[in-house]
Write a protein that binds this ligand. Sequence first.
Ligand SMILES: NC(=O)c1ccc[n+]([C@@H]2O[C@H](COP(=O)([O-])OP(=O)(O)OC[C@H]3O[C@@H](n4cnc5c(N)ncnc54)[C@H](O)[C@@H]3O)[C@@H](O)[C@H]2O)c1
Ligand SMILES: O=c1ccn([C@@H]2O[C@H](COP(=O)(O)OP(=O)(O)O[C@H]3O[C@H](CO)[C@H](O)[C@H](O)[C@H]3O)[C@@H](O)[C@H]2O)c(=O)[nH]1
Length: 368
Amino acid sequence: MAIGGVGAGGGAGSGEGQGRSVLVTGGAGFIGTHTVLQLLEKGYAVTAVDNFHNSVPEALDRVRHIVGPALSARLQFIFGDLTIKDDLEKVFAAKRYDAVIHFAGLKAVAESVAHPEMYNRNNIVGTVNLYDVMKKHGCNKLVFSSSATVYGQPEKVPCFEDSPLKALNPYGRTKLYLEEMLRDYQHANPEWRTILLRYFNPIGAHESGDIGEDPKGVPNNLLPYIQQVAVGRRPELNVYGYDYRTRDGTAVRDYIHVVDLADGHIAALEKLFATPDIGCVAYNLGTGRGTTVLEMVSAFEKAYGKKIPVKMCPRRPGDSEQVYASTAKAEEELGWRAKYGIEEMCRDQWNWAKKNPYGYCGDAENKD
Ligand SMILES: NC(=O)c1ccc[n+]([C@@H]2O[C@H](COP(=O)([O-])OP(=O)(O)OC[C@H]3O[C@@H](n4cnc5c(N)ncnc54)[C@H](O)[C@@H]3O)[C@@H](O)[C@H]2O)c1
Ligand SMILES: O=c1ccn([C@@H]2O[C@H](COP(=O)(O)OP(=O)(O)O[C@H]3O[C@H](CO)[C@H](O)[C@H](O)[C@H]3O)[C@@H](O)[C@H]2O)c(=O)[nH]1
């Protein structure tokens, strides 16, 4: 596959994971599957736990297919729900883990506004349970999925890790609270090593086109929506806001290829293994480059070879004008930098879409 060098004290393909065992929560999800795949390719033994709330077993079957039988033998799946402590006890009773990458969580902003209790129960209780069970079993290395959402509507860009933090919705509040909670826990337990990864806008798919993002219902996010217009599932793209103070009036985001993001997790893991006194530290995972909505539409059109019909609409409430990352800290301390640009992101997104127009389930019957 087209992944290049990852920093953090080890080059790609150097087998740095040999002998190490990693638990990946939410391993069947969008970012989880891509990370599991890369962990296996780097020689880690991986246990994925998921309750399939927002994913399907087929996703991990595809990962097995991509990596082949030898590496698949190093992937174990356990069905489990992080909000049920007994499920986690079973996961930890089965094996010793050197570290945990914690993706499992709910992530839809609008749903979190409608059902904040569900977000607290799932994201906060799930993480509290995970922490308790890790502690009980002597596993103290954790990579946590945070989000650029913790920067709120940034007054200044790029966002630096020490920029002011603010949650704008219940989803964002769970991420912000969990960051603070993990900082407190680490302070009280200095032997813990915790990395908080703040993702910007993950898009794209593995180059095989066999795994990718498969949102349930109407997509909230830009690229999954564009992709559904391209395959004929939606008539046009609503562009939310064309009067922002940007190059073309549409909002700017920092899109990052999911394969680069997965590389960033491996860099973070290596950093944890190599740095006993790391404490609890946050890193941005973005490209440092901002792209407008219309620039993204035109990059996708290039990959797709046709026009995407667009309708200019009022701003979406709660949206920021411009969000993009400073990547200096991740580059310096993790030795990681994104390799892909928006052309490759759109190429791989379209490849996934055309091979799987209805996602993993494969037919229109089960989709809206
Ligand atoms: N994709 C993004 O745009 C984005 C941006 C910033 C942060 N994040 C964070 O990254 C993480 C992964 O995101 P993703 O895009 O892969 O989402 P996803 O929904 O595709 O994957 C999350 C996985 O976790 C599982 N899960 C959820 N709750 C669970 C529970 N209680 N027990 C067991 N499994 C559970 C889901 O079934 C799913 O497979 C999330 O925590 C999300 O908040 C995502
Ligand atoms: O159909 C659509 C969907 C999106 N957009 C626009 O495209 C841009 C990007 O929107 P996304 O929903 O794809 O991404 P956001 O940056 O708004 O939010 C995402 O990234 C954030 C991190 O920066 C948080 O993690 C958040 O939870 C996650 O949904 C925004 O200007 C949005 O208004 C459209 O014009 N039409």
